[in-house]
Design a protein around this ligand. Structure first.
Ligand code: GCU
Length: 413
């Protein structure tokens, strides 16, 4: 293992100055490993896309966890008058069993009460527990640290990130699970043992697991399992599913979208490096910081790219292009230079050449849009004025995109 520098040594070197961004060419996602260029959607889907998937599985986010021997779910609670009578709330326990052991987590779900017919669904993971995401004080607490204590004891503390009442008001069901319940977000070996990998591969050490798997891989897998369970909800139309994620969970939403084509709208909110941002601009966070602070987010071999950000043979537009031709929303915030808003925009722009193979446009503009202007194409972008966060202004844009994609606007007329 390579000796890592301390964060205090790395942070003073971080660049926030656009004038110091190296002017490196961005490699085309369309060039195959053998140097040939793909020029149609069939070649993309069958030849080039699998190469990029393989690359991300091997070098970045790891293999997808296997399916456990058994997965079942059980409705723990149903509340018919949630959110001031506007929603039906369910809490659903999902249990995974494998070779005599099990792991469980609880999904919080809100469904619009007066919907006629099936509704589309938006789903994502939360940082601090279902009780922290919901404004209601009787939601079951979830989200434990490795020692069993709660990550967050205060209820409702992140409810402005979920805006359940407003999302329901737009006619969407909304579901969430706390990400710590799938893989506790800590670098310690104990987190690996308690994670879904500990269930599936109990004989492997954390180091062996980290060589092949990652926390982001586990969280992304968890999003797909949530969708599996949502498919059995008779009021939900899972063919109209949007996956969202903020920050590290935005990185996760992108990887979930790459792995699971059932997510027809994929939302990356302030996902930054390892998410939508181009590494090669060297603005804000870099690979060294990521693998120093969060070695478990990536496979251990990802550290071979430390110090090489500017000259990578790939970059994050490759990840974004895995979602083509499905809809992709990229959101940034003006004060979030750590996540490099312009780099997030440019990755979306560069991924658009893949969308063009499908007769789509991708990103409809070529210049980084002014703050608070939404640009909407198969690849959408907006730069919200303010700090690193996901707020109603962001949701409003994502839901507007999803409404168009899912035809809700047409249905309402
Ligand atoms: C840190 C990390 C980012 C990450 C963010 C978050 O800032 O460096 O990569 O996106 O945490 O998840 O909040």
């Amino acid at each position: 293992m390579i000796e890592r520098r301390k964060l205090e040594q790395i942070l003073p070197e971080i660049n926030y100055d656009e004038a110091k961004v190296p002017l490196r060419e961005v490699p085309s996602a369309l060039i195959m490993n053998n140097g040939q260029r793909v020029d149609n959607a069939w070649q993309w889907m069958n030849l080039r896309r699998p190469e990029i998937m393989d690359f991300y599985r091997r070098e970045v986010f790891g293999e997808t966890p296997a399916m456990p021997e058994m997965m079942k779910h059980e409705i723990l609670s149903v509340k018919d008058d949630a959110l001031d009578g506007r929603a039906i709330r369910k809490e659903i326990k999902m249990t995974f069993s494998h070779r005599g052991n099990s792991r469980s987590w609880t999904m919080l779900l809100y469904i619009p009460k007066n919907a006629k017919g099936k509704v589309p669904v938006t789903l994502g993971l939360n940082f601090r527990g279902n009780h922290a995401a919901s404004p209601e004080n009787d939601v079951i607490m979830t989200g434990r640290k490795c020692d069993g204590s709660w990550v967050e004891e205060q209820r409702g503390i992140q409810s402005d990130r979920w805006e359940f009442a407003n999302v329901i008001g737009r006619g969407f069901a909304s579901a969430t699970v706390c990400y710590h319940d799938i893989f506790p977000d800590f670098a310690a070996g104990e987190a690996w043992k308690q994670s879904i990998y500990g269930l599936l591969y109990p004989e492997k050490s954390p180091a062996e697991l980290n060589a092949k798997y990652s926390a982001i891989g586990a969280w992304a897998w968890g999003l797909s399992r949530m969708l599996d369970v949502l498919s059995s909800e008779e009021k939900i139309d899972c063919s109209r599913a949007m996956v969202t994620g903020h920050s590290r969970l935005g990185k996760t939403a992108l990887w979930a979208g790459a792995n699971d084509a059932r997510f027809s709208v994929v939302v990356s909110n302030d996902s930054g490096h390892g998410g939508a941002a181009l590494f090669r601009r060297c603005l804000g966070e870099n690979i060294e910081v990521l693998v120093t602070n969060f070695p478990h987010w990536f496979v251990s071999g990802f550290d071979k790219y430390v110090g090489k950000d500017a000259d990578l043979s790939f970059d994050q537009h490759f990840l974004l292009s895995l979602i083509a031709p499905r809809f992709l929303c990229i959101g940034s915030a003006t004060e979030d230079l750590w996540a490099d808003p312009k780099g997030e925009f440019l990755a979306g722009l560069h991924a658009s050449e893949v969308y063009r193979l499908f007769g789509a446009t991708g990103m409809p503009v070529t210049e980084h849009p002014a703050p608070d202007v939404n640009v909407t194409g198969e690849v959408s972008y907006h730069l919200r004025t303010g700090a690193h966060n996901i707020l109603w202004q962001d949701w409003d844009h994502y839901l507007t995109v999803a409404e168009t994609v899912f035809g809700c606007k047409l249905l309402k007329k």
